[in-house]
Ligand binder design. Sequence first.
Ligand code: 1GP
Length: 251
Amino acid sequence: MKQALYQQFIERKQAGRKSFAVLIDPDKVDNEKTDQLLLLATEAQVDYFFVGGSLVISSHLDDCIRQIKSHSNIPVILFPGSPSQVSKYADALLYLSLISGRNPELLIGQHVISAPFVKNSGLEILPTGYMVVDGGAPTTVSYISNATPIPADKNEIAMCTAMAGEMLGMKLIYMDAGSGAKRAITEAMIEKVARNIEIPLIIGGGITEPEKAYRNCKAGADVIVVGNAIEKDPFLIKEISHAVHSVPVNA
Ligand code: 1GP
């Protein structure tokens, strides 16, 4: 099994280096927009592209990833909303199990159905405990997953869920308030979770300002994911990347 990217996640965490991932939803970008994002992300030294969405309707996932790969060396990690969102052109796959929900399909069911297909893809597989946190309004992920998000102020539930995920063998924890969330995850919740797990912690959903990205990292996030805000203002890439990379290594 490939492990290069995971090794990088671990080394960065051990060194206290924070990472920034730009989320690209193939449904929301055309070739021109993708080129613009690539240019800005390369200049800003973005660490990863996450590609996917809760509901990818178009069929140009492969084309979108090939375009990214032909213009940049930034690793592309699939963030799939469904098993159909697998592309051999990516570098790795967040193999998500929705551990905050109680929908067996998203905990294990869809994984069973797609296992041979995923294994044959040749992608690096990153087993990820995916936790959806209430972001103040229903988001696509909370609706599609048919699972109740963790209440925004229940830090202990988030902590116990992440701990259980780690002990079950997940290699990453991704806490997500959902794309375009009204309220991003609180620093208090991030801190509570980060203090109690050793695996890298990814935080996304509703982050619109560099200051919030910085505070999240200080609270213990290892990777910050931003999609929606960048779709609206691509020039935020530079500011958020700078904020994430300026967090002191001992934070
Ligand atoms: C959503 O975490 C990602 O799954 C990013 O959220 O689009 O709100 O930045 P935004």
